[in-house]
Design a binder for this molecule. Structure first.
Ligand SMILES: *Cc1c(COP(=O)(O)O)cnc(C)c1O
Length: 414
């Protein structure tokens, strides 16, 4: 039988699982605990011999419906949801790493992820940051104790693209865990499974929900990992699950049961509603971003535009090969003569906001805000100009966005 497409599956999957009363969506189950008539059944659920729910910190029916949806979107083997994207990333490290393990991570990481890795260093995990746009840098950094490689698909704010396919082949050959943060692309633009990722991580707070009204995160096991000899798996979990599930079972037990970064059923429902339109939203936002990038590039007050749709982007070819679209995040710099904060204050449609992945276009001057703590010297090392402005392009009518930038640029004068 022909397989249904991304959006058809996305819209009907919950219904096909036959929820209560013929509901078209999985209802919001707020019960923390679940009761059984037979004590034997409760014991069997605890021991993993029987499907079912016991306590919502670890599993809940409404959250499970979203997990199944993400698994379908990612083409994966299974998923676990978390309260936030940070909780999802943290759960992988917390569940699978030990002291003296070594991680190779992209140098161009989401700031809070980089900060989390520095916490791991305090706990005895070693981290090497490399320019992951070239697999050679990752390979050079590998050591005997290297367990895991962490990259993002499109980096924020300068939009560098990791050498995803080659790093995947390297990790597969060396039997390393390969974690790909897919937040910036979403499962509509890219499936990390296609580059042999072990886990795909999504911040559901961004393009997944799209509405900017609920936080969430997910870890998807992309399948195909042989966990038999993985030194991070505890013996206790080897008896309760088939070997291909060991990694994800441990992420759920350690990340949810023990660490408690649980997604609430209300947020799960809200994220699931938003995700129904993911493909439509992403297409529109990516179109808008490419048009805005071209417009900004042609303006004399703009000295630099970063977007993978532009031919002068160092990885534009890679983006075209790997991703359905080159993404909806862009950044640009005004000529040093202009004050980026004054410029941002002139925008009327674009919101001054730190978030991204919202249906509304959000903009932020990077140096005085999200990269302020780093100081000018570190910013320069990371290729971040003092005037850099990041835009998370939304789904507005593109003429209104272009007009908004035109009128703000006109106010700069010169
Ligand atoms: C936002 C973001 C995160 C963290 O997600 P939260 O849901 O805000 O915790 C992780 N990685 C990337 C690439 C992000 O953009």
């Amino acid at each position: 039988m022909r397989k249904n497409g991304f959006t058809t599956t996305n819209l009907h999957l919950e219904r096909w699982a036959l929820p209560e009363h013929g509901a078209l969506r999985k209802p919001i189950h707020t019960s923390i605990a679940f009761g059984y008539e037979r004590a034997e059944d409760l014991a069997a659920v605890f021991q993993g011999r029987q499907k079912g729910f016991a306590y919502s910190r670890q599993a809940n029916p409404t959250v499970q419906a979203v997990e199944q949806k993400i698994t379908a979107m990612e083409g994966g083997a299974g998923s676990v949801c978390f309260a936030t994207g940070m909780a999802a990333l943290g759960a992988i490290f917390f569940a699978l790493l030990k002291r003296d393990d070594h991680i190779v991570a992209s140098r161009y990481l989401f700031g809070n992820t980089a900060s989390m890795l520095s916490t791991l260093e305090q706990l005895g995990v070693e981290v090497t940051f490399v320019d992951a746009t070239d697999v050679a840098n990752v390979e050079t950094a590998l050591r005997g104790r290297t367990r895991l490689v962490l990259v993002e698909t499109i980096a924020n704010p300068v939009t560098q693209i990791a050498d995803l396919q080659r790093i995947g082949e390297l990790c597969k050959a060396r039997k390393l865990l390969y974690v790909v943060d897919n937040t910036m692309t979403s499962p509509w633009l890219f499936q990390p499974k296609s580059v042999h990722a072990t886990f795909s991580v999504n911040s559901l707070s961004k393009y997944f929900g799209g509405h900017g009204a609920a936080l969430g995160g997910s870890v998807t096991d992309c399948g195909g990992t042989d966990w038999t000899d993985d030194p991070g798996i505890l013996d206790a979990y080897k008896e309760t699950a088939p070997v291909e599930q060991w990694g994800l079972v441990q992420v759920r037990k350690k990340g949810l049961r023990d660490f408690g970064g649980t997604l609430s059923p209300e947020a799960a429902h809200s994220l699931s509603l938003g995700s129904e339109t993911m493909a439509l939203r992403m297409e529109r936002a990516c179109d808008n971003a490419a048009k805005l990038a071209r417009f900004l590039e042609s303006h004399k007050a703009v000295v630099e535009v970063n977007h993978p749709s532009l031919l002068n982007h160092p990885q534009s070819g890679l983006a075209a090969k790997l991703f359905r679209r080159p993404g909806a995040l862009l950044s640009f710099s005004l000529d040093d003569r202009y004050d980026p904060l004054a410029f941002m204050s002139c925008l009327k449609v674009v919101v001054n906001s730190t978030n991204l992945g919202d249906t509304r276009t959000l903009g932020i001057a990077v140096a005085p805000t999200i990269f302020f703590e780093l100081g000018a010297e570190r910013r320069a090392q990371m290729g971040i100009r003092e005037g850099l402005i990041r835009l998370s392009v939304g789904i507005e009518d593109v003429e209104d966005l272009l007009n908004d930038f035109q009128q703000a640029l006109d106010q700069l004068g010169g």
